[in-house]
Design a protein around this ligand. Structure first.
Ligand code: ADP
Ligand code: MG
Length: 664
């Protein structure tokens, strides 16, 4: 009789079940997030050393790190400053030259080396005469059974934690592979093994590649598995959602839309119209809409939101619009009041400082605008047909879900101006359909961007004065994070006094996160009404603010911001017919940061900028701190692996369709 299939793989056993892993080692491994044998087998080397070829010590340079190999011919620990400071030094000889290796204030390093030891050393020279490296990575060469995995091969070099020797970990992984390779199975769905290595093979290759090119082949296979797993999760969540929900019929009948569009003052762009067609199909369809609307800053997402809201309102439902800041909520409130009240639609505002008092039992349909206070208040909106979330990237995925759960599966439209690279879109928002507004309304002035060194600030201010005297307005963004302490608040106050003097007689206003909501609102109102010409602000104005007469954006210490964030800031200008100027002030000495900022000089295309930012800073930074929904990948690279993510999506889709078929 065949044995019943036992699904608990040996790979799930704790690492401590391996021979040689005691309590202390298990604790060290836990610090590396290695708990099970599987974790161990998926511990990714941080680099590889080709120990079939070395550099002679005489050929080492200051520019690039290399591996050399030599014998310890001298070593010693020197203490100074009454024993508080120390340097431990060894001198290596490989026959070509001598190399000094130093470790500062790590006296225990002494315990790891002995005269006559053969060691590998990896690093670049700090000094040439004598040849010296500070804090290089080292590994003592020992004989013994497994010595072949450490020498004469491409050796994996792993991330470590204190007390865990490289050599020991390499040996452990080698032995674990030998024992458990057969337990590594293909996931479901598995990719086409005619084109890719099998999973067990890939795991072996990522640790012990025969050629350096094997590493990338293996990484891609393992990355694909990660993406497939995530896509299966995302797509089955979506499928389940669709199976258990029924859509509210919110397609509308144009009765409000027609007069709205007639009085709007501009014609929708082709891109806006296309997106609205997609939205109407969703809102009149069988499943609740789950749609992400991407459009670069200034592409006119608000008008699309308004039209979508009207569809639901025409169909007899209420609508909410949630914005990430009070300033933005206020701005939307003003616009929508102006647009909707003539149509007989009530517009309500709820923020931290402003509550809706009346009981929300409405006879006529309403639009509720608010910040996250809308979700936190415990306030329920009856008969909710559509939820719109503006500047989605400022909200976490959890918050998004919270809002939607309030009603009986209303339609959901989330909007973002952070152009999300395709890789992230498919990963993070894989459960949403995506629409893109890929065209800006016409009649906009051009935006010119310049990166300037701090010593050019005086000239830049002359330029700003000239624009101000021509009747335009300007933003000056001060590089302090919101939520910063009193010290920084003082710094902003000093900056404010400075700027007032420098730009007199033009009036300057100040906006930062510590102001009371009413104060913020007053400053914004004055700026909007051109009663103040310059707004000094923290990055608070990053999102959504729309004042077309403002044509200059000056950002100080621009290198403190990410590219996507600077692009958002720049999106505050270029909203009217006048030519606009974005000036990024950055320390001239920091050439790397200047290079990064040059990307903004070169392009206005938000997608290109987001992709560059993703490559430079990684997804967490690009999306902002609050974006918690991003999974961690060991092997997948969101900046590079678009082809794999697409492949994973298709594999998962095929697989789930097959499953559904089987279930009947
Ligand atoms: P964002 O997509 O950044 O939220 P907004 O919705 O704030 O952009 O729109 C930016 C500006 O463009 C607003 O002043 C808006 O009234 C205007 N606008 C939107 N759509 C059009 C259009 N089709 N033609 C002309 N101006 C438009
Ligand atoms: Mg907007």
């Amino acid at each position: 009789m065949p044995m019943p299939e036992i699904n608990i793989s040996a790979l799930k056993n704790p690492v401590s079940s391996l021979w040689g892993v005691g309590v202390e080692r298990a604790m060290q491994l836990a610090r590396l997030e290695i708990f099970t044998i599987e974790d161990l087998l998926l511990h990714r080397p941080k680099r590889y050393e080709d120990r079939r070829h070395f550099r002679k010590i005489s050929e080492l340079t200051k520019d690039e790190a290399f591996t050399a190999r030599g014998k310890i011919v001298a070593l010693g620990l020197k203490r100074f400053r009454g024993g508080n400071k120390s340097v431990f030094e060894i001198i290596l000889d490989d026959g070509s030259a001598r190399l000094h290796c130093r470790w500062w204030n790590l006296p225990f390093m002494e315990n790891y080396f002995a005269m006559g030891d053969e060691i590998f050393v990896f690093g670049k020279l700090k000094e040439i005469k004598p040849r010296t490296m500070d804090h290089p990575e080292t590994e003592v060469i020992e004989g013994g059974e497994e010595s072949f995995i450490h020498i004469n091969h491409i050796a994996p070099v792993y991330p470590l934690t204190e007390g865990l020797p490289q050599r020991w970990l390499r040996g452990l992984i080698w032995r674990a592979l030998g024992k458990f390779e057969a337990e590594i199975t293909e996931p479901k769905p598995a990719p086409d093994l005619k084109l890719l290595p099998s999973r067990p093979n890939a795991v072996r290759m990522i640790h012990f590649p025969e050629e350096i090119t094997d590493v990338e082949i293996a990484r891609r296979r393992l990355a694909l598995d990660e993406f497939v797993k995530l896509q299966v999760q995302i797509q089955s969540r979506r499928k389940n959602f669709e199976a258990r929900t029924k859509a509210l019929s919110c397609g509308g009948d144009n009765r409000l839309m027609k007069p709205f569009l007639a009085r709007l003052g501009f014609k929708l762009t082709a891109a806006q119209t296309n997106v609205l067609r997609e939205i109407r199909a969703d809102m009149g369809g069988a499943h609740p809409m789950r749609r992400l609307l991407q459009g670069d800053v200034g592409s006119g997402k608000t008008a699309v939101a308004a039209c979508s809201a009207l569809m639901a309102l025409e169909s007899g439902f209420n609508v909410t619009l949630m914005a990430p800041t009070e300033i933005l909520a206020e701005q939307h409130f003003r616009n929508f009041q102006k647009w909707f009240e003539p149509l007989g639609i009530k517009v309500e505002l709820q923020t931290g400082s402003r509550k809706i008092v009346q009981s929300p039992k409405f006879k006529v349909q309403s639009l509720f605008i608010g910040t996250h206070a809308l979700i936190e208040s415990g306030f329920t909106i009856e008969n909710l047909g559509l939820v719109i979330i503006d500047e989605q990237h400022k909200f976490g995925v959890a918050q998004r879900e919270q809002l939607v759960r309030k009603g009986i599966y209303p339609h959901l439209l989330v909007m973002t101006a952070t152009p999300i690279p395709r890789t992230l879109g498919l990963t993070l928002y894989g459960d949403l359909d995506i629409s893109v507004i890929d065209e800006l309304p016409g009649g906009r002035g051009e935006i010119k961007t310049f990166v300037r060194a701090t010593d050019k600030l005086a000239k830049v201010l002359d330029f700003i004065r000239e624009k101000l005297s021509g009747g335009r307005q300007a933003y000056v963004v001060y590089p302090r994070v919101e939520d910063s302490g009193m010290k920084e608040l003082k710094a902003v106050a000093v900056e404010f006094e400075n700027l007032k003097k420098l730009l007199a007689p033009s009036r300057v206003g100040l906006l930062h996160g510590r102001l009371k909501p009413a104060e913020k609102e007053n400053v914004m109102a004055d700026f909007r009404a051109n009663k103040i010409s310059v707004l000094l602000s923290t990055s608070l104005i990053e999102v959504g603010v729309d004042v077309p007469n403002a044509t200059v954006m000056l950002v100080e210490n621009a290198e403190a911001f990410g590219l996507a964030q600077l692009h958002q800031l720049r999106g505050r200008i270029g909203r009217g017919a006048h030519e606009s100027f974005c000036i990024l002030i950055s320390d001239a000495k920091n050439t790397e940061a200047r290079g990064r900022l040059k990307i903004l000089e070169e392009t206005n295309d938000g997608f290109k900028i987001a992709e560059a930012d993703l490559k430079l800073r990684g997804p967490g930074e690009l999306l902002g701190q609050q974006q918690s929904g991003l999974p961690k990948f060991r092997f997948g690279n969101l900046a590079e692996d678009l082809d794999l993510i697409r492949q994973a999506r298709d594999l998962a889709a095929g697989f789930l369709t097959g499953e559904m078929g089987r279930r009947g």
